[in-house]
Every structure is written in structure tokens, then in C-alpha cells.
Design a protein around this ligand. Structure first.
Ligand code: 13P
Length: 249
């Protein structure tokens, strides 16, 4: 059985004053049926460790190389050193802001794996691609290109984040989420066998306390990658509770 995962992505939000939110989220510990992860700005990771309790910490990107002359970049060993156990890779904002390709994401994932980080690899179609009926094909291509060989439940998490649902308040229907998660599950199983079955698949895109329980009731949804609603414990904790409810079913 895959354990449920409630993951937050703080994106480019958060300063020292925000550490109290991590402490408040950690107030939910222990959470026996659910793992909690918060992916922070790199500047906060090492200081968050002191207050994180059972909450795992992650970065939001890493370079494909462990070190080198790459001004402004951060490497997987640096994230480990700061206290991270996970790193988000291939988020749609990086794919669009920095033109990250599937090949780049796969190279970063290999670097993350070599350092001992679990890669949270993001995939998802644009609204145009969904409306033209290409969503499954697009996500299938991203999975094939962005996840390196040798993926396992320990080194990889997949996050399905439809681009048009991120930060918009829009979400796919539960039928559409179920169709996509079933498709991703089959693709992982076909390519990676029993290890593919152990890879958790999260839904991301406008997950809020009000819609979390409905999304978590969808088969093959192992949790969520939450943006805006992860910044405040008062919003994130009800989502964690909804996932605990789904884990108990
Ligand atoms: P929102 O939850 O703010 O829509 O963001 C989703 C996301 O991009 C998480 O990585």
C-alpha cells in the first residue's frame, strides 16, 4: 500500500516570519496514515528543520550537476546538506519560465537521486492541450521523458498538475482527475513493474480545504501538491486532515 502524501509548494513565498507556519503545521504530528512534506524556498530549509517535527522538507528545483560554476543555482547535495529529503522538479512554472525540457528534468532527477533526494516530478497539460483532446498524450510524453530509468517508490513521486488549474481556482472534474491518475498509474506499472506501483501520484492545482475530500476520494490519488493553500497552517491542516480521512477508508 502506498502511504498518502500531503505536500506543500511554497514557491517564491516565505521569509523568517513564515517559520511559525511550519511549526504550526508540525503541530499535527504525529500523522500515522499520512506523510507531510513542505517544499520551501532554499533560504528557509535549514532553519525550518528545528521546528519541522515529522514534516519532511524539500527544495523546489536543483541543478543537474552536484557542483560547478553555475551562478545562482542550487545543487542536490546542497539541498541534502540544508536538511531537505525531497525536491520538486519540472514544475510547470519552471518549464515555462526557464524552458525546462523533459530531458533537463530527467537529468536533474538523476542528480537528485544520486544525492539521496526523492524527486517530485511534475507533469500536466495546458488548457489548449486538454481542449484539443491531447491531455493523456501530453502527460504520457512528459512521464516517459522526465522520469529516468530506475525510478522507485523511494526515489520518485509524480505530481499531476494541469497547468490551467494552478493558482486559478479551477480544477478538473473528479472524473477527469480519475481518468488521468488511472492513466499515470498504468504507465508507471508498465514501465517500472512493482516499483512503479509504489510510486505515489499526487494531484496538484487549486487544492483547497473545500475540495480536498472530493479529490482524495478519487481512485489512484495518493495525495496532493498544494501551492497557495500550503502557505498558512490554517489552510493546509484541513487538507492534511482530509487526506487522513481518505487514508482511513
Ligand atoms: P495552487 O495550489 O496555488 O493552485 O498551486 C499548485 C501548484 O503549483 C503546486 O505545485
Amino acid at each position: 500500500m502506498r502511504r498518502k502524501l500531503a505536500a506543500g509548494n511554497w514557491k517564491m513565498f516565505g521569509t523568517t516570519a513564515s517559520l511559525g507556519e511550519i511549526a504550526a503545521i508540525a503541530g499535527a504530528c504525529p500523522t500515522p496514515g499520512v506523510d507531510i512534506l513542505v517544499c520551501l524556498p532554499a533560504t528557509l530549509i535549514s532553519r525550518a528543520q528545528a521546528v519541522a517535527g515529522c514534516v519532511a522538507l524539500g527544495g523546489q528545483d536543483c541543478h543537474a550537476h552536484g557542483e560547478g560554476a553555475h551562478t545562482g543555482d542550487i545543487s542536490a547535495p546542497m539541498l541534502i546538506d540544508a536538511g531537505a529529503s525531497h525536491v520538486i522538479l519540472g514544475h510547470s512554472e519552471r518549464r515555462s519560465d526557464y524552458r525546462e525540457s523533459d530531458e533537463t528534468v530527467a537529468a536533474k532527477a538523476l542528480s537528485a537521486r544520486a544525492a539521496g533526494l526523492t524527486a517530485v516530478i511534475c507533469v500536466g497539460e495546458t488548457l489548449e492541450q486538454r481542449q484539443s483532446g491531447d491531455a493523456l498524450a501530453v502527460v504520457g510524453g512528459q512521464l516517459a521523458g522526465s522520469i529516468p530509468d530506475g525510478a522507485s517508490g523511494a526515489n520518485t513521486v509524480v505530481a499531476y498538475e494541469p497547468v490551467w488549474a494552478i493558482g486559478t481556482g479551477l480544477t478538473p472534474s473528479v472524473e477527469e482527475i480519475g481518468e488521468m491518475h488511472g492513466f499515470i498509474r498504468r504507465a508507471l506499472r508498465e514501465r517500472f513493474g512493482t516499483e512503479g506501483d509504489a510510486i505515489r501520484v499526487l494531484y496538484g492545482g487549486s487544492v483547497k480545504p473545500a475540495n480536498a475530500a472530493d479529490i482524495f476520494a478519487v481512485p489512484d490519488v495518493d495525495g496532493a501538491l498544494v501551492g497557495g493553500a500550503s502557505l498558512k497552517a490554517a489552510d493546509f491542516l484541513p487538507i492534511v486532515r482530509a487526506l487522513e480521512g481518505a487514508a482511513g477508508q
